[in-house]
Design a protein around this ligand. Structure first.
Ligand SMILES: Nc1ncnc2c1ncn2[C@@H]1O[C@H](COP(=O)(O)OP(=O)(O)O)[C@@H](O)[C@H]1O
Ligand SMILES: [Mg+2]
Length: 247
């Protein structure tokens, strides 16, 4: 049984963290004990006392209402180089223990009502040697959602990601389009949306707007939850996470 979803995207910097945070904030707002995991992060930021912190984990914890003391559970491995983890690890002289990452995800899933696991980069990003994000999704047996862009080039990236996921046997729950500007969406964005729906035959579970001024105050997270309730299909996402959705 699922009890969670894996959040991947068509590329890095598409909005996996932001959208995962928005979903987590909405779930928390509904009173769910919400788990978040960033099993491995790269591009970690060093603190004054020399600790490496993942900003993704920070945002996810804030959105889910998880205290700083639990950072290790949320993000067991954080690497400094802003490279794919498999390479960032080698550059840092460390070996990634994939089993440790899987255990961290499973522990969070067990402890929480619903859990969001954020990947790195896109679906074929190497985590360790030839173990890719797709391998992790399969091992966790979670349904995946794909965050994608609304603008030029997105049909190609989205269709290729969906095709690869299906070829690997990954269950896909749907697509979330990030940075959607409903008011100014032109023929470009509207036709991208229509083609993505038609060519992938997946549901679009939300079109999320750009929200420029989200900070780290509780009020910001409340606003994020409100926006998620408005722009994302939270009920459908919950049934997906509970393993009840038809995939
Ligand atoms: N809907 C949005 N509104 C405003 N800023 C966003 C939105 N989505 C993403 N961002 C910002 O864009 C950048 C990349 O998003 P992020 O979620 O970190 O991508 P990923 O996790 O896929 O690498 C971050 O600085 C993030 O805060
Ligand atoms: Mg991220």
């Amino acid at each position: 049984m699922a009890k969670g979803i894996f959040v991947t995207a068509t590329d890095t910097e598409i909005g996996k963290t932001f959208i995962s945070g928005a979903i987590a904030a909405a779930l928390k707002g509904r009173g769910k004990n919400t788990g978040v995991v960033k099993p491995v992060a790269s591009g970690g930021v060093a603190t004054a006392d020399g600790k490496l912190l993942s900003e993704d984990a920070t945002f996810l914890m804030l959105a889910a209402g998880i205290a700083e003391e639990r950072r290790q559970e949320v993000n067991p491995v954080c690497l400094a180089p802003a490279l794919t983890p498999a390479v960032a690890a080698v550059e840092s002289g460390v070996a990634i223990d994939v089993d440790q990452l899987i255990t961290a995800c499973r522990t969070m899933i067990t402890k929480s009502d619903l859990t969001l696991v954020e990947g790195v980069g896109g679906i074929t990003a190497p985590i360790w040697q030839d173990y890719l994000v797709a391998d992790m999704i399969l091992e966790l047996q979670l349904p995946a959602i794909i965050v994608t862009r609304p603008n030029l080039g997105t049909i190609n990236h989205t269709v290729l990601t969906v095709q690869y996921a299906r070829q690997r046997g990954i269950k896909l729950g749907g697509i979330i389009i990030n940075h959607w500007d409903a008011e100014h969406a032109s023929v470009l964005e509207r036709s991208n949306l229509a083609y993505i729906e038609r060519l992938t035959a997946l549901p679009v579970l939300g079109k999320f707007p750009s929200v420029p001024s989200i900070g780290s105050e509780p009020a910001d997270m409340a606003r994020l939850a409100e926006l998620a309730e408005k722009h994302l299909a939270i009920d459908q996402l919950i049934s997906l996470m509970e393993g009840e959705a038809q995939l």
